[in-house]
Design a binder for this molecule. Structure first.
Ligand code: BGC
Ligand code: BGC
Length: 716
């Protein structure tokens, strides 16, 4: 439909019909067998007419059912406006890929795009039009359960991933490609900084900090053309994001020029009354509309009060019309007026959902997301060695992660299933082994197997429900029963490899002296196959942490790109009066960017082609990397920069570029990065994004804690 057609359509709508376009209800209102429920269902008090005129539905999927609902909906809608189906497709639809935090550890943007493309294909043939992904929240505190949905603590890496996901979901134009979907970036803004890592808690930070660290990944998604933005549950400078006009109108609409739909998070409009910035639901509707929220998810403040509000304040009608137009426009952009069923296709759904080709990509993604944290030489497992695979994760299929809505655990490959394909002689137990409270029988069976084996693979971690939404933890160690189990096994076997399933960086106290530690995260449907390949050396691990592992939770939040203090460790002769703890180091246990492989990479001298950078000039920074091992491998060469003197305090290092380098055994290669003035800009106290003349350190190395440095000067 052309723009003037949309305008005419809008003009022909009654007030009720307009307002209904701004309502989003869960699929449970339409179909009996829907599983979606990610928040409290309140008594919404809507009429049958509201329900069958609501502009969008959350959490509906399944081609046949979606077609049925759309058909019924179109029959009932006076003007034949189709309904939009939106859903939480976060890291896969039915083929489940590793959780986003794991994908972040791949540093592989092409693969992330592929993952999103396949997710879009499976979702669209099942009737979904919009996916609530990517989540671009920057995270620094693993107590927060939702770190599993993020790609970590670095603004640049998050921005790259947000862009890759949007491209993968949307393609060039989802209107022209029915196997793509519209993407929704979330949660705008700053949700990753909830105080103390406690879910839904207050966020308090300066505007400058928000801009410098937190906004860039959402904005990258917007630049990539994302169609929808979801608001966050938290406050931004005292005002909940969902009622925050400065955030949504000033920053998002005016500065970022975002023209797509802004949708509230689940129930967040009504929660303005619970935050107590609105005295009642009517005022909540007013605040949200004025702030710029187009669609209200799952509560009915708009449905019940917008008409009355517009009668009292006629200028609101313009805002209302704009919101409705955005909803109609997305429907039109996706081609729903021409074909309301769009990609939904039961036959195709049957054929491509969880097909072999998609499983193959899930396996590749899992392989690239696994991070080898520790290896005293025990890995890869040598041929002919008697191995036991034991512990709560060994036979577990609970490896999809908390956001695998349509994923089915029974379709996942467990570690034991994967391992048996490589070594059918591994010893495994038959007793079910619980993550929190294993039976004495299960533990003693496992300990006996450990006794009879040369090498033990101990599969530990968190069950999936321990991370994700509404799953913050204050103590992020492994459950005590697992630490005790580890001690028992360690006592009788000196060759212990720990494999971890978890949705957050953990405090690894209690298992640090394992001979090898493999971080598997929640690796998705093909997890067991990928893990076996890594453990037995069929695949050389290449994952690099996108989020720091603390030594212990008392250090949290911990992140590599921290600001310098006035009393940093290391420069004062007086050891007492420095920024430190009395009982633990400042450093992370495993820093951002870290990850081992079966290769040994050595870095040579860092050479700059010049030491002075003009505003329009370039410096080439070159370093030689050598693979001094017998294993072909993949190294992620990382470039960081530090601004030595800024107008505001600068981080001690910031990732500015990286290169993933496939290096065959015994070979070396020169890697050259280009440094330009644009990489040196930051937000000043007046919020301007500029660079300062002066000195900078450039640092290159295998991770954020192991770097070689050179200095240059920017002249302006
Ligand atoms: C979550 C969102 C999600 C939405 C819809 C909310 O509770 O915060 O991330 O997209 O529910 O299910
Ligand atoms: C302390 C101040 C104190 C000053 C003079 C500083 O190290 O932070 O609180 O008044 O020394 O002793």
């Amino acid at each position: 439909m052309k723009q003037d057609g949309l305008v005419r359509l809008l003009e022909s709508m009654t007030m009720d019909e307009k307002i209904n376009q701004l309502i989003q209800l869960a699929a449970t209102f339409y179909s009996e067998d829907s599983k979606e429920n990610t928040g409290p269902i309140r008594e919404v008090g809507l009429t049958e007419e509201n329900v069958w005129n609501a502009g969008s539905i959350l959490g509906q999927s399944g081609a046949a059912e979606s077609i049925k609902i759309q058909r019924k909906y179109m029959e009932k809608h006076r003007l034949g406006v189709p309904v939009l189906f939106m859903a939480d497709v976060i890291h896969g639809f039915r083929t489940i890929f590793p959780i986003p935090l794991a994908l972040g550890c791949s540093w592989d943007l092409e693969m992330a795009e592929k993952v999103a493309e396949i997710s879009a294909r499976e979702a669209s043939v099942s009737g979904v039009h919009v996916v609530f992904s990517p989540m671009a929240d920057l995270v620094r505190d693993p107590r927060w359960g939702r770190v599993m949905e993020s790609t970590g603590e670095d603004p640049l890496l998050n921005s790259f991933f947000a862009t890759a996901f949007v491209k993968g979901y949307q393609g060039k134009d989802p209107g022209k490609e029915p196997e793509r979907v519209a993407a929704c970036v979330k949660h705008y803004a700053g949700y990753g900084a909830v105080s103390g890592g406690r879910e839904y808690n207050t966020v308090n930070m300066s505007e400058r900090q928000l801009r410098e660290s937190y906004l860039s990944a959402y904005h990258a998604a917007i630049e990539a053309g994302v169609k929808v933005v979801m608001t966050s549950f938290n406050t931004v400078d005292g005002i909940p994001a969902t009622g925050n006009a400065w955030l949504l109108r000033r920053l998002l609409r005016e500065e970022q020029k975002f023209e797509g739909i802004i949708i509230s998070d689940w129930g967040a409009v009504e929660e303005l009354t619970v935050h107590a910035v609105a005295k009642d639901r009517k005022e909540a509707a007013l605040l949200a509309l004025k702030a710029g929220v187009d669609i209200e998810m799952m509560t009915s403040c708009y449905a019940h009060h917008l008409e009355e509000l517009a009668a009292e304040e006629p200028s609101l009608e313009t805002l209302l019309d704009q919101a409705v137009m955005r909803v109609l426009k997305l429907k039109n952009d996706l081609g729903l007026f021409e074909d309301p069923f769009r990609g939904a296709d039961p036959e195709k759904e049957e054929r491509i959902v969880l097909c072999q080709e998609h499983r193959q990509v899930a396996r590749e993604a899992a392989l690239k997301s696994i991070v080898l944290l520790k290896n005293d030489g025990i890995l890869p497992v040598k041929e002919g060695v008697q191995v036991a695979v034991i512990g709560p994760g060994a036979a577990s299929k609970d490896i999809l992660g908390a956001w695998s809505w349509q994923g089915r655990t029974q379709e996942a490959v467990s570690m034991i299933e994967g391992a048996k394909k490589i070594d059918p002689k591994i010893l495994t137990g038959s007793e079910p082994f619980d993550y929190i409270a294993p039976s004495a029988k299960a533990v003693s069976e496992a300990v006996q197997l450990a006794e009879r084996s040369e090498v033990v693979i101990l599969a530990l971690g968190e069950p999936a429900w321990m991370s994700g939404e509404a799953a913050s933890r204050s103590d992020i160690r492994l459950p005590e029963s697992q630490l005790e189990f580890f001690r028992k096994v360690r006592k009788i076997n000196k060759n212990v490899i720990v494999v971890l399933y978890n949705g957050r960086p953990l405090d690894l106290q209690g298992i640090n002296d394992a001979n090898g530690i493999v971080e598997a995260w929640f690796p998705g449907t093909e997890g067991g196959h990928a893990l076996a390949e890594v453990l037995w050396g069929k695949f050389n691990p290449c994952g690099r942490l996108c989020m720091s592992f603390p030594e212990q939770a008392g250090q949290l939040p911990i992140y590599y790109n921290a600001d310098n203090t006035g009393r940093p460790a290391g420069i004062s002769a007086e050891p007492k009066y420095i920024s430190k703890y009395l009982d633990v180091a400042n450093e992370a246990k495993y820093a951002f960017g870290f990850g081992l492989s079966y290769s040994e990479f050595h870095y040579g001298q860092l050479v700059l082609d010049k030491n002075v950078l003009a505003s329009d000039g370039r410096i080439s920074a070159t370093i030689e990397v050598e693979n001094r091992s017998k294993a072909d491998g993949l190294e992620t060469v990382q470039l960081y920069i530090r601004d030595l003197v800024g107008e505001v305090v600068r981080p001690i290092k910031e990732l500015k570029d990286f290169r993933r380098l496939a290096l065959p055994a015994g070979q070396k290669c020169k890697v050259t990065f280009t440094i330009e003035e644009s990489m040196l800009r930051y937000f000043h106290s007046d919020q301007s994004f500029t660079s300062d003349a002066g000195e900078f350190d450039v640092m290159i190395g295998p991770d954020s804690a192991n770097l070689t440095t050179q200095r240059f000067r920017l002249i302006k």
